[in-house]
Unconditional design. Structure first.
Length: 182
């Protein structure tokens, strides 16, 4: 997770032990990387999120630390088909299990269905929210139906006509050398 100037520090263990909940209605401008995706557009659009912590009992082992995150936002980007602005809705609903260290997280993440993260005393909830929303961004953003007609032709008739009318300097050179005009 990248550290941004806007941070929401969270002691995940204490949060889970207290069955804590947090939520907020932020604006897109607080999330630097989302703003980069939107090329500075939509700074006042909402980013809504909520987080719930819980301890889950595991028979014969210490309880597991869990965080459930829900977030939604609408990010304005450029449609890659018509090149006009399009607002992309992003929705996250994910659970995270926290373990003692990065090595354990990497080992368990390969086989676990849930996301596994390492406990970090300087955990930044805002960075997690932003990471998860960024992962929901489509690789090629576009409208379902573009608001304008999109030309999907390889050749443009007007261009071809203008090219045919354009004088060809090498044809004149060929005539001077006695060759056939092209």
């Amino acid at each position: 997770m990248k550290k941004d100037s806007f941070a929401i520090p969270l002691d995940v263990r204490a949060f889970a032990q207290s069955s804590g909940t947090r939520s907020a209605h932020d604006t897109l401008q607080k999330y630097e990387r989302l703003m980069e995706e939107s090329q500075g557009q939509g700074a006042d659009l909402a980013v809504n999120w909520s987080a719930q912590g819980e301890m889950r009992a595991v028979p014969g082992e210490p309880s597991e630390i869990w965080l459930h995150l829900q977030a939604d936002a609408t990010v304005p980007v450029t449609c890659q088909r018509c090149l006009l602005p399009v607002e992309i809705p992003l929705v996250v609903d994910r659970a995270f299990r926290f373990v003692a260290d990065e090595e354990t997280a990497a080992l368990l993440d390969e086989e676990a269905e849930e996301e596994v993260l390492a406990l970090d005393p300087a955990f930044d909830l805002a960075a997690l929210i932003e990471d998860e929303l960024l992962m929901e961004m489509p690789l090629v953003p576009r409208h379902e139906v573009c608001p304008t007609e999109v030309k999907l032709e390889v050749a443009d008739e007007d261009f071809e006509a203008a090219l045919a009318d354009k004088p060809k300097p090498f044809a004149a050179l060929a005539r001077l050398k006695g060759g056939k005009p092209h």
